[in-house]
Design a binder for this molecule. Structure first.
Ligand code: BG6
Length: 449
């Protein structure tokens, strides 16, 4: 595919996310010849001592990055510095012999990105088709997200803004629509008449690692449920557009989010559960911390297609295993257990279908067996960040989260956030290495009861 010459300015290039996910993704795309032939990456840094090679020591063959990345030293708080950046960008365009599309990728905390966005606007760098790529968090609640969006709107038109939710770019999230819509046995039964419950669960083995300050302000609800899991819920519940109208996906996700609410709005605490792993308080140096490292919340949709179907979203850190999946439980027939469809998002991307089958041999009884689909070694599953970068370059917005979606997700969680901000005794403690299913057991039983 032929692309316009492109300049990608990375603010926060020395950060963990950029080093772990973004730079390896660009390097791989570059080596595979998937990016524009003329691509210049500018890594912005305040310090003159940082060189590109220091940032990519973990990449096996970083030759693409080494030849396409330059550091640009600047003080991001100074207006005059942006004029220098603009001038440098023009020099690159002269080298290219053509105007380039300009992408500004900000991977910095919101309090840092605000003034940067103002100064990009004030210096004319937001003009035309410049794109702004943003990492979460997108606010911390409904009020702050509204304020943030209004602020960005002062400088960038909504169609210039690309908000990243890398879960949407994971292969199985992409595959969900296809599985749902292209297989008649799922398509016809994708509604409350056949489906009893939906569970979207992301358990992580990792704890908060070195991110104490960030996590103390965030917690599992904001870090994972407000974005990744609600987006997966929207993909699961939405009315699918025709295959040749995939640009409608964000609109359809939004429509699905609009119908969602906590399963018990009058008593948000009944619809949710929060926990903290033992040792967290010592790790963050806050003996009174009430921040949740495990959160589960049950929602319901007012869409007639889904009325009465509980949708549980759950995530936790420091658990037994890493596993993100969407579990669709079908209504049981008679006293037999249900069929279940499990879409494994990560790791072990694939699908499982739990079916009833005859026991082998002369035993007349039936038993549950699993039909499994897994990707093999020859299937290339692009890491989510490769997809994100490529789609931003080619202006495909279907994987990015629109302003209204952000507001809806905060709206859904707002009553719960308020309830959790009050003093309470509902925080439970779990041992690192606990099993997500065990933690969820009592919660789902309590809701049912
Ligand atoms: C990030 C969260 O958005 O997603 C992290 O901030 C989490 O806390 C990460 O670990 C999980 O992403 P992945 O792709 O590694 O499962």
């Amino acid at each position: 595919m032929k692309y316009k010459p492109t300049i990608l300015v990375i603010v926060g290039i020395t950060g963990d996310l950029s080093r772990r996910k973004l730079l390896p993704a660009i390097n791989h795309l570059g080596q595979a010849g998937e990016v524009p032939e003329q691509l210049q990456i500018l890594g912005v840094s305040r310090s003159p001592d940082i060189e590109v090679k220091h940032l990519i020591t973990h990449i096996e063959d970083p030759s693409y990055l080494l030849s396409h990345t330059e550091m640009f030293q600047m003080d991001l708080t100074q207006h005059a510095e942006y004029a220098r950046l603009a001038k440098y960008i023009e020099e690159i365009e002269e080298r290219f012999g053509a105007p380039a599309q300009r992408l500004f990728y900000l991977s910095v905390p919101p309090q840092v990105s605000r003034p940067i966005i103002d100064l990009l606007g004030a210096s004319g760098l937001a003009a035309g088709d410049a794109k702004l790529l943003l990492e979460k968090p997108f606010g911390t609640d409904l009020a702050s997200a509204t304020e943030l969006i209004n602020h960005i709107n002062n400088h960038f038109r909504p169609e210039q803004v690309y908000r990243i939710d890398h879960f949407l770019a994971k292969e199985m999230a992409q595959n969900l629509l296809v599985v749902r819509e292209e297989n008649i046995l799922f398509k016809r039964a994708w509604n409350k008449d056949f489906i009893e419950r939906i569970d979207i669960v992301a358990s992580e083995q990792l704890d908060i690692e070195g991110r104490a300050a960030f996590y103390e302000q965030t917690g599992a609800l904001r870090d994972f449920i407000q974005n990744h899991l609600l987006q997966l819920a929207a993909l699961t519940l939405m009315d699918a557009p025709d295959p040749d109208e995939l640009q409608m996906v964000p609109e359809r996700r939004l429509a699905a989010l609009k119908q969602l609410r906590l399963a018990s709005v009058d008593d948000p605490l009944r619809a949710a559960r929060r926990g903290q792993y033992e040792g967290y308080r010592e790790q963050v140096g806050n003996p009174a911390s009430a921040v949740e490292t495990f959160a589960a919340v049950t929602l319901e949709s007012d869409d007639p297609r889904w009325q009465g179907v509980p949708i549980t979203l759950a995530t936790g850190k420091a658990l037994k295993e890493k596993r993100s999946e969407i579990r669709i439980t079908y209504r049981p027939e008679g006293d037999k257990g249900s069929n279940e469809l499990v879409l494994r998002i990560d790791p072990g991307e694939g699908m499982e279908l739990h079916l009833w089958a005859k026991r082998p041999g002369y035993d007349p009884r039936i038993e549950q067996r699993t039909l499994r689909m897994e990707y093999g070694q020859n299937d290339h599953l692009p890491p989510a960040y490769e997809r994100v970068i490529l789609d931003a370059i080619r202006s495909d917005r279907s994987l990015f989260v629109a302003n209204d979606e952000i507001l809806e997700t905060w709206r859904i969680l707002d009553p719960l956030q308020r309830a959790w901000s009050m003093p309470g005794d509902d925080l439970f403690f779990y041992k690192p290495g606990s099993d997500m299913n065990e933690l969820l057991k009592d919660f789902t039983a309590a809701l049912a009861g």
